[in-house]
Design a protein around this ligand. Sequence first.
Ligand code: HEM
Length: 528
Amino acid sequence: MDSSLSICAVALGLLVSQINHFFFRNYEPSSANLPLIFLAVQPISLLALLGESFSFPRLLWSFFVFLGSLSLSIVAYRLSPFHPLAQYPGPVIGKVTKLWGVWKAFQGYKHVYHKELHDTYGPFVRIGPNELSIIDVVAVGQILGHGGLEKGRYYETGRHSSTPPTLVNLNGEAHAAKRRVWNRAMASVRDYEPLIGKRASQLVSCLRNGGIVDLVHWFDLFTFDVMGDLVFGGTFEMLQDGQDVDGLGKCIQTFMKQSIRPVVRTIQEFNDFARGLVIRRIKNGVVGVRDLWYHLADEAGLEKRKPNLEDSAADAVLAVIAASDTSALALSSVVWFLLSTPEYYRRVQQELDEVFVDGDDPLDTKKHQELHFLSACINEALRLHPPLPSKGGSRQIPPNQHGRTIAGRFIPPGTNVWTPPYSLHRNPEYFSFPDQFLPDRWLPGSKFEKHEASAFIPFSLGPANCVGQKFAKCELFMVLSILFNSFDLRFADGFDSEAWGLTLEDHFIVTRSPLLVNLVPRHRSTQG
Ligand code: HEM
């Protein structure tokens, strides 16, 4: 047949494809761009090298032989007992390719997919050719805790080259150095209490007339305003406007969903937006409390090397992203769980009424320590709806290092490891009735058969855990205390409350649909 290649050409095509497989297995590229060009050029070069004449059918054959044999050999190797992760169970599709997982992530249901896999295959699941998902509590401590594994390469690939690395992208000493600055900034949440309290009061004041409101919307505005205050000393004023005039929330969502085309434009918009805020903040200086920018830009001159403006701005933007959606989701989730279980809502209300007798300020943080049942409800909401359900904690063993034994099992070099909080928190080995909202499990002396508090990691663990954890908890207690103290809440008539939980989609930040609640002002309210 004229269009076929000579036997020699086919043999060479097969050989070269095997060399490619060997090469890419040992030197895995971090970007697909160059390898794709490299792969496309080879079948054409082979034809030229062998002096074969160029025609469309011949080119097609050449690609078919080369790519077909390369694909077959990759699939065979990934499914073979010779693959370093062969001992780990998982779906065939996951062993062969990451594309199925990517599709689930694109849909926003990666967390649910991983849980289903763990339900089927157990605590160690091979979810990608070189990826494991682990929900064993000993392993999670060894992976994320001190002396654990370093951050996976997804932390770096998620960053656009036009933006300097932030705390989240860094590893090792570079991370520790930046983390020191962040720790300094977040050391005393007490300093920030007036700032959070002011916005919590403003939130309640905006809602003072009661009626039907979308709490997702208002919690979003609240957390953005708080972060504007914390990071830049006051900026956004979304509560005052009653809306996100600059579209910051939309911008963050698009950015996180990373739909290829808008992403570059979004990053550009984001950087421009941040630059504007920074310029304004530098012009205004510190107004009142020392804000996060004061620390990030080292205005006190405590660091040996002053950070440059671009670096500090990138971290300031990180703060807004890391803190706003996570806290807003937590607030919405607590309200949703409580209104879905009226007996728990009544207990929270009763506790608040006992702790804050008439005239007491529900923003008094010293009294928040007495809110044991509310605290249990917050934990339970964070357990069932962790704001970072699947991505909080991807780690890796770099290909050029030795493997590690984790919880008695060998993890070979080149493996990416995930510890998805959503699946871990719902592991029946660690929590009785794992899918049910049962806040009593968090109270001292609870009689639940299984309760493994170290399997509860909504803020992650170890040296890269959430630096804003205390701040977030302070926000939660303040807002929930003043909200429940000021209003009686119930779902709006006709609102499909059961469906709300199913609308949560995991796109790194968790997107959610409106939460329609009817607010009736309470007579004993001290605010608004
Ligand atoms: C309920 C609210 C919050 C939750 C559940 C949460 C959860 C998390 C988790 C799981 C991580 C680890 C992520 C990873 O390893 O990929 C993290 C990291 C981080 N969080 Fe939060 N967060 C919350 C609120 C906040 C707030 C209020 C701030 C800032 C004021 C903040 C700032 C950060 C930063 C800067 C990091 C990166 C830490 C590092 O890499 O060293 N978060 N958060």
